[in-house]
Design a protein around this ligand. Structure first.
Ligand code: PEP
Ligand code: MN
Length: 324
């Protein structure tokens, strides 16, 4: 019986099976931050950007507790068209302004090809949500966006399909892709999704791409976030993306799963123990503002890397070698 060919290949970088940790190629986010290096990286913040005060309070707490990136949705993919859809452009400006205050790089979702140029001006990492994992025109556009892409696994997507989605971004010119396991749909209904822990070592072994885990959307319940986060780091994830809100019960989206500040502090403590047990550490947060006293619109322009992609990629590779 002849062996069938693998369902996917990563054209940009041949698959490396073997010592998974040494084969991961770190993705550079800022001059001082890589994802997929030695340290565990945590992105955290509210599900949706709801206003300036709640975003700044969240960012300050996340940073003080050891989180590195600030997450927050401005454009929200909601199952119901009548649910809060996010603040849109206003949300992007609030994210830029809180980055200015805290120095935290921003990860936020882009839902549509028409939003890519604008969101890429503001965000440090462009998130593709689970519902858009196979939006091929969007993936191709993100290949040309010049910013790292956080690609979330679709709720019903196979690992091979996740990898082919990543391949769309890379084949269109952007090698800075970070994979995210966020739970898949199974017959189980007690949890919002089922966290596929197996996906972590499989992806780490099968690709050079960093792998992070979203324990918030996986369990869909705040009480499950800590155990799922611990399991993810123990299984070798390069980091986490976690929802945190100053008052989860009042959140305009995903109220059941967002952590309080105190719960987030506990989570950071727990994962630092697991990271140490696996010879890693949680990255120390960047505490000083990167671009102080500049209007949000200026920050947006400055944060957009306008160098040609080939040049950025070369610089990226040099930095990755240095970081390795
Ligand atoms: C989110 O991160 O807020 C989100 C909508 O996640 P997902 O796409 O994984 O459902
Ligand atoms: Mn959410």
């Amino acid at each position: 019986m002849s062996q069938s060919a693998p369902e996917y290949t990563l054209a940009a970088h041949p698959t490396t099976v073997g010592d998974s940790r040494s084969s991961t190629k770190p993705v550079r986010v800022t001059p001082t931050l890589v994802i997929g290096g030695h340290d565990v990286i945590v992105a955290a913040g509210p599900c949706s950007v709801e206003g300036y005060d709640m975003l700044l309070a969240s960012a300050r707490h996340v940073q003080a507790a050891g989180g590195t990136l600030l997450r927050g949705g401005a454009f929200k993919p909601r199952t119901s068209p009548y649910a809060f859809q996010g603040l849109g452009e206003e949300g992007l400006l609030l994210l830029a302004s809180v980055r200015e205050q805290t120095g935290m790089p921003i990860v936020t979702e882009v839902m549509d090809t028409r939003q890519v140029a604008r969101v890429a001006q503001i965000a440090d990492v462009l998130q593709v949500g689970a519902r858009n994992m196979q939006n091929f025109p969007l993936l191709a556009e993100l290949g040309r966006a010049g910013k790292p892409v956080l690609l979330k696994r679709g709720a019903s997507a196979r690992i091979s399909e996740l990898l082919l989605a990543a391949e769309y971004v890379m084949a269109n010119g952007n090698e800075r892709v970070i994979l995210c396991e966020r739970g898949i749909r199974t017959f189980e209904t007690i949890t919002r999704n089922t966290l596929d822990i197996s996906a972590i070592p499989v992806l780490k072994a099968e690709t050079h791409l960093p792998v992070i885990v979203d324990p918030s959307h996986a369990g869909g319940r705040a009480d499950l976030v800590l155990p799922l986060a611990l399991a993810a780091i123990a299984a070798g994830a390069d980091g986490l993306i976690v929802e945190v809100h100053p008052d989860p019960s009042a959140a305009r989206s995903d109220a059941d799963q967002q952590l309080t500040f105190a719960q987030f502090t506990d989570l950071m403590h727990g994962i630092s123990l697991i990271a140490a047990a696996t010879n890693r550490a949680v990255r120390k947060p960047i505490s000083s503002p990167v671009v102080p006293n500049i209007a949000a619109s200026d920050v947006a322009t400055r944060s957009h890397d306008t160098r040609p992609l080939a040049e950025q990629t070369r610089a990226e590779e040099t930095l990755a070698v240095v970081a390795a």
